[in-house]
Design a protein around this ligand. Structure first.
Ligand SMILES: NC(=O)c1ccc[n+]([C@@H]2O[C@H](COP(=O)([O-])OP(=O)(O)OC[C@H]3O[C@@H](n4cnc5c(N)ncnc54)[C@H](OP(=O)(O)O)[C@@H]3O)[C@@H](O)[C@H]2O)c1
Length: 284
């Protein structure tokens, strides 16, 4: 069986390749798809060139694959990301890939660009409409992304956000393990899973995790979104980053990530890590 993984030079794509190798060994040919095949020689699997911005490159990249997982590209412009993932899904269907899995985001629903939901909703719909067999693995909020933002806020001792709605944080490695478990087994056609951590944390609870791990004062402060955006603008951040930030704040406030499932354990065969355990490694 030939299993393709896109975004193979990235964190999630490369971790998924490692997890697949550990699960399947020589029982499958794992194909790592990337814009930069030279950079992924250390993965130790077949590497193919493919660029979602150049769909003509994907015919060869997807040739002969039985299964493919599409990792959403890192382009910050939501409309570009949606177009890129839809192009990849189209080409995978045309190449005859039997089962296509898309890695999406928890809580995804219709939204207009530049909202981040738009970059996940369009490809989900395209996949359901056109793939012979499909599955969707919706990710909770990356623990590592939250901790990166917390690190930047540590010197001020305050994590400011426009809402305190609970958020579920998942370690990227747990998403990769769940994706690999899904790809390595059968029976997932039509399934929508949510790769989540084991708990949701409101504003004060997530700040308290950072305080306890770093030993530094770190409190939660609820601040209107406009005020947060003004601060980022004053710091010189470009509109594309402000749009992404505003989307994430909106998704958090609407409870898009306020969901806890057993899907990581079900798919990966092991329990997901808590935010505090990821923080102990990541922040120290
Ligand atoms: N749920 C969350 O909280 C959360 C947080 C952050 C990000 N995300 C999403 O999760 C994705 C994976 O995360 P990550 O940490 O692995 O990100 P990453 O390390 O930045 O990797 C993203 C990958 O996107 C691929 N990519 C970019 N442009 C592409 C194009 N034109 N064609 C094909 N591939 C392209 C790149 O693959 P190659 O360089 O190998 O071609 C890159 O390795 C992100 O891209 C983002 O959409 C989710």
């Amino acid at each position: 069986m030939n299993i393709g993984v896109s975004g193979a030079s990235g964190h999630l794509g490369s971790a998924t390749v490692h997890e697949l190798k550990a699960r399947l060994g020589t029982r499958a040919n794992i194909v790592a798809i990337t814009r930069t095949p030279d950079k992924i020689a250390t993965l130790g699997v077949e590497a193919r060139a493919g660029d979602f911005d150049m769909p003509e490159t994907l015919t060869e990249a997807f040739r002969g694959l039985d299964k493919l997982v599409v990792v959403p590209p890192s382009d910050m412009k939501s409309a570009s990301r949606s177009k890129q993932a839809c192009a990849a899904i189209d080409k995978a269907v045309a190449a005859g890939v039997r089962h296509i899995t898309y890695l999406s985001a928890a809580g995804t629903r219709f939204a207009e660009p530049p909202h981040l939901w738009e970059s996940f909703f369009g490809p989900e719909q395209a996949l359901m409409r056109s793939a012979t067999q499909w599955s969707i693995l919706r990710m909770a909020f990356y623990a590592e992304s939250f901790l990166d933002r917390a690190k930047m806020s540590l010197p001020r001792g305050v994590f400011a956000s426009s809402s305190s709605t609970p958020v579920n944080f998942v370690a990227r490695g747990d998403v990769a393990a769940a994706a690999a478990g899904l790809l390595a087994t059968e029976g997932h056609h039509g399934a929508i899973y949510n790769a989540t951590g084991p708990e949701t944390l409101d504003g004060p609870a997530r700040a308290a995790v950072v305080a306890s791990v770093t030993g530094k004062p770190f409190a939660f402060a609820q601040v209107p979104l406009e005020q947060l955006l003004d601060g980022l603008k004053a710091a010189g951040l470009p509109p594309i980053v402000l749009d992404a930030f505003a989307s994430i704040e909106d998704i958090w406030a609407k409870g898009g990530f306020d969901i806890t499932t057993g899907d990581v354990a079900r798919l990966a065969g092991r329990a997901p890590r808590r935010l505090i355990d990821v923080a102990k490694e990541y922040l120290t």
